[in-house]
Ligand binder design. Structure first.
Ligand code: SF4
Ligand code: SF4
Length: 164
């Protein structure tokens, strides 16, 4: 029997922009994104709070956002105020290297349907795998928002790279 195919479309519920911090880590930013978002935050007059995720010789090799709700979210309209400049993790959401993350549009899709994601999301995921995963794979220590610097091996299997 042929499976029903549906195209994924964001419902603009804003849930993903309101839950940026997980059990241990916040939304990941590359150094370029971190600089860009800091510039935009100053320009828009909002406060972006971050910490390093993986240390580097000059600054961090990866950063993480420490705010639960993204400061760039227009909370009344559930719209991203920096949509064209949003980071990779936002461009690929709900795709991730370890499966499909919790997303209202995915949850509301007909049961058993095959969900087709836009090519630009798949490209963003590909970029994330090239630019972010190798840094995580090489890192000996990672910054846990509760416990501080800890060995990376505590959090993920380097083969599966599944962050908890
Ligand atoms: S949770 Fe899913 S549907 Fe809701 S805003 Fe985020 S991507 Fe769109
Ligand atoms: S940058 Fe935009 S899309 Fe990404 S979490 Fe913030 S408001 Fe949402």
């Amino acid at each position: 029997m042929k499976r029903l195919r549906v195209k994924w479309r964001c419902l603009h519920c804003g849930e993903c922009c309101r839950n940026l911090v997980g059990r241990h880590f916040g939304m990941i930013l590359t150094p370029d994104e971190w600089r860009r978002l800091n510039r935009l935050a100053r320009w828009l007059g909002v406060k972006l709070e971050t910490k390093p995720l993986v240390a580097g010789p000059i600054g961090a090799r990866l950063y993480q956002v420490t705010q639960e709700v993204c400061p760039f979210l227009d909370r009344k309209r559930n719209k991203c105020r920096i949509y064209q400049a949003r980071p990779l993790v936002c461009r690929m959401f709900p795709l991730s290297p370890y499966g499909i993350l919790s997303c209202t549009a995915v949850e509301r899709a007909p049961k058993g349907a095959l969900i087709e994601f836009p090519d630009e999301m798949k490209l963003a995921l590909n970029q994330f795998m090239i630019r972010v995963l190798p840094v995580l794979r090489e890192a000996d220590f990672i910054y846990d928002l509760t416990w501080g610097w800890r060995p990376t091996s505590r959090y993920f299997n380097r083969i599966a790279l599944r962050l908890i």
